[in-house]
Design a protein around this ligand. Structure first.
Ligand code: ADP
Ligand code: MG
Length: 81
């Protein structure tokens, strides 16, 4: 499907492995970057409390702020309901 086409709905790509350190985050960020570079609209979801995917896309101060919030703020993060 070409970028911007409305023929089909959004496509979800999930990369998973129970094993750590095998390249899940690296492959995710590079796949997302390549698709965005090809003209696709891309949403990446970082569900890891260590925020390692986020750290590829945001500056260090912002990532530190997210980490502090996830430790100290009870309840849903970032206004989620
Ligand atoms: N194709 C690759 N070749 C060499 N090193 C890689 C490759 N993919 C990932 N790495 C390195 O391996 C380490 C773990 O990768 P990471 O993506 O954080 O794994 P995971 O998310 O599965 O825990 C990182 O230091 C990363 O830079
Ligand atoms: Mg990871």
């Amino acid at each position: 499907m070409a970028p911007g086409s409305s023929e089909a709905g959004p496509c979800k790509i999930t990369l998973f492995s129970h094993k750590g350190g095998v390249g899940k985050t690296t492959l995710t960020v590079n796949t997302a970057w390549a698709l965005a570079d090809a003209g696709y609209s891309v949403l990446v979801v970082d569900a890891d409390p260590q925020c390692s995917l986020t750290s590829y896309l945001k500056d260090e101060a912002t990532v530190d702020e997210y980490l502090d919030s996830s430790i100290h703020r009870p309840g849903p993060l970032f206004g989620a309901r």
